[in-house]
Design a protein around this ligand. Sequence first.
Ligand SMILES: Nc1nc2c(ncn2[C@@H]2O[C@H](COP(=O)(O)OP(=O)(O)OP(=O)(O)O)[C@@H](O)[C@H]2O)c(=O)[nH]1
Ligand SMILES: [Mg+2]
Length: 303
Amino acid sequence: MGFFDRLKEGLGKTRAQISAIVKGGDLDEEFFETLEEALIAADVGVDLTDRIFDDFRIEIKKRGIHSRSGAYALLKEMLAEDLTVTKTMEDFPPKPWVIFVVGVNGVGKTTTIGKLAHEMRRLGKRVTLGAADTFRAGAIEQLKIWADRTESDFVAQHEGADAASVAFDAMEAAKKRGTDVLILDTAGRLHVKVNLMNELEKILRVIRRNTPHAPNEILLVVDATTGQNAMRQAEEFNKIVKLTGLVVTKLDGTAKGGIAIALTRRFNIPIRKIGVGEKIEDLQDFNPKAYVEAMLGDIEDVE
Ligand SMILES: Nc1nc2c(ncn2[C@@H]2O[C@H](COP(=O)(O)OP(=O)(O)OP(=O)(O)O)[C@@H](O)[C@H]2O)c(=O)[nH]1
Ligand SMILES: [Mg+2]
């Protein structure tokens, strides 16, 4: 089953309620409550849902909307807009285009890097992977496997080495080899672990001293199945490294897609990619409109 289908299925009960409610009647409290419950069930978060509905009601008045189907379409339009942060991933003009990948343990950083490398290689880009996760046993070998699979260059030192030093080596190697895209893996770190968070700052300092335009992207990877925890993670990482983009992984394992809305709305940074499985091709561009349709149903469903 595709991830959109799963998202749709997961929200099946809610969707049934929604199509029933959207079909007729006035814009009464029952109508608003059903939609609010749908968003909360999808993990958008209670506070944010409140704010979204404040805006929603204002916009309904402003546009003079009186029908439920009209209001429902408006809500989807507003949510898709929230999910759309216009800055796109540039076509890697400065060489190397450096992508720095961060996140807590096990969210899918290394796998996402493998998938990204695959995507870039298919675009004909020369890719280098830098193993700046020197902390976890086996992390270097894991990234090496992805480098081999994607025919990317690979830079590493040994387990326990200074991560900033690996990043420096990788920057130098990437420049020498004419790499288009350098992707740096980092150790999973809990946002509450001060030392590890400080290490990120150090790695960034070294990268920036080496090449002022780098890194071009600081991607936070979050696991969709952790729901609202992802908000806290984004909050803490953003304080230290000023994130430029998000990757939401494991969307194939959850029926709750609301976290994407909560994250983009709160941080106003784009979701660059979504992870929808463990395989190399299970990385997709994020399509806000299709995403909201999957969450809340197609307007065709109810008309
Ligand atoms: N179902 C599913 N599994 C995923 C996805 N992305 C990653 N995984 C799995 O999640 C697990 C952890 O992935 P890693 O890439 O090792 O995660 P990490 O963030 O690098 O982990 P650490 O380096 O230990 O912090 C692996 O079993 C991956 O196959 C996804 O989109 N969907
Ligand atoms: Mg990893």
